[in-house]
Write a protein that binds this ligand. Structure first.
Ligand code: DX5
Ligand code: ZN
Length: 220
């Protein structure tokens, strides 16, 4: 397969929370962006970092942060994450009250704007936002937790999204259950940007795993 540049965006959800800066340091050089999962215990049944904690992580990280906001109050928070200096800010279509305005707001503060859908949400209704979107995120697990099983039935959605965006410079990210065994399936379907949490941080050598994932995806 050709056309798209492959990006690996490891999630630090499965990293050691008490030593997050040194955890980031393990993978910073080999990662395209570092994926930061923000959960509020309302949009998903789990809680991670609050805005102040996330701002500290964004400032400390030598590699740009890819903020994945799994929160209810996403329209206002997305702007805060862009202002904080995230490289990319992704909002969920199910949570946003004004998708158009929020995507524009993210971009106006210098971040890439991402739009995500949960497994039960069709992508068709959201492809019309393509002109305002720098990345579509197709969830390949129910958001909330790391270490879940990859949902291969989401590949139809990935294929549909790839068909719609073609070779426009819009990234197509998958998140959930990405490992050395599943990354090729997602690449084959048209994804070019891959989140991997437990596969990277449960590995004895996280940076080696990032490179292995990149190599595996590039070989498709
Ligand atoms: C889940 C998060 C993911 C999570 C992925 O809601 O959005 O980014 O960290 O973890 P793995 O790669 O273990 O499925
Ligand atoms: Zn995520």
């Amino acid at each position: 397969m050709s056309g798209q540049h492959i990006r690996i965006t490891p999630s630090i959800l499965s990293a050691d929370r008490e030593n997050i800066v040194s955890e980031i340091a393990k993978i910073a050089e080999v990662s395209d962006l570092i994926h930061l999962d923000i959960m509020d215990n309302r949009f998903v049944p789990n809680q991670t970092w609050n805005l102040a904690e996330a701002q500290a992580i964004i400032s400390a990280s030598p590699t740009l942060i890819d903020a994945h906001l799994m929160v209810e109050d996403v329209d206002t928070l997305a702007i805060e994450y862009a202002i904080a200096g995230s490289g990319s800010v992704t909002i969920h279509a199910e949570a946003a009250l004004d998708i158009n305005k929020t995507l524009r707001g993210i971009r106006s503060h210098g971040a890439r704007a991402g739009l995500a859908v949960k497994p039960g949400t069709p992508i068709e209704n959201y492809l019309e936002f393509s002109d305002l979107v720098d990345m579509f995120l197709i969830m390949t697990v129910e958001p909330g937790f790391g270490g879940q099983k990859f949902m291969s039935e989401m590949m139809e959605k990935v294929r549909l999204t790839r068909k719609s965006i073609g070779d426009r410079p819009i990234w197509l990210q998958v998140d959930g259950g990405i490992s050395i065994d599943t990354i090729a399936i997602a690449r084959e379907a048209g994804a070019d940007t891959f989140v991997a949490g437990s596969a990277v941080f449960n590995s004895p050598e996280p940076s080696v795993m990032v490179e292995m994932l990149r190599h595996r995806a590039s070989a498709v």
